[in-house]
Design a protein around this ligand. Structure first.
Ligand code: FEO
Length: 202
């Protein structure tokens, strides 16, 4: 038998007998440790909440477009894009930590509103709901000692503080201007300035 035959035989026997399934299980185990099924489910649900918020704000934008208040419509259109960016960030995080991404069902948002004040109040109410939902994930992640998730969600906690403050301020402003066409015109012009800025880390 020639010298080179033994190494080849050795490699063939190794491939035939090696438990690649075990290797995959060990590899997988490393990732499973990064996130529990429970936290992955909560994040998947949050992705759906963010996508629903995008639809909800788009519906609000459509209402203002129908009233020729294009500046306010722009504000909600940008808000809708931000919500999709939030969903994308969560999608990428879940993928990075080895969680299974399951895209949920998105309900149809309302399209009828009483008036402009009603819309801004509903937007604020919705942001508060999102904040509670994110806090709930953080609480569960804390209980599990899931530092990757708590660290990741810190960005969202800060974002919610800003979003609630801004939504609350807009409720106050729309109440001041809604019965005054000149003031409403200026308010509309102000909100026309908002532009969508993609998050550099997304
Ligand atoms: Fe993604 Fe407005 O919360």
């Amino acid at each position: 038998m020639k010298d080179g035959v033994f190494p080849i035989l050795f490699v063939l026997i190794f491939i035939k007998t090696f438990d690649f399934g075990l290797l995959l299980r060990i590899f997988d185990y490393k990732f499973i440790l990064m996130i529990s099924e429970k936290i992955a489910t909560l994040i998947n649900e949050q992705i759906a909440h963010e996508q629903y918020a995008a639809q909800y704000y788009l519906s609000m934008s459509a209402w203002f477009s129908g009233k020729d208040l294009d500046g306010i419509a722009n504000y909600f259109r940008v808000q809708s894009k931000e919500e999709l960016m939030h969903a994308d960030k969560m999608f990428d995080f879940l993928n990075d930590v080895g969680g299974e991404i399951i895209i949920g069902e998105i309900a149809k948002p309302p399209h009828e509103f009483e008036n402009a004040i009603d819309i801004f109040e509903k937007a604020l109410e919705h942001e508060k709901k999102v904040t509670r939902s994110i806090f709930n994930i953080v609480k569960n992640a804390n209980d599990e000692g899931d530092f990757a998730t708590t660290s990741f969600l810190q960005w969202f906690i800060n974002e919610q503080v800003e979003e609630e403050a801004s939504a609350s301020q807009l409720v106050t402003k729309i109440k001041m201007v809604s019965d005054n066409p000149s003031a409403l015109y200026l308010f509309d012009q102000e909100l026309a300035q908002r532009v969508f800025t993609p998050d550099p880390t997304a």
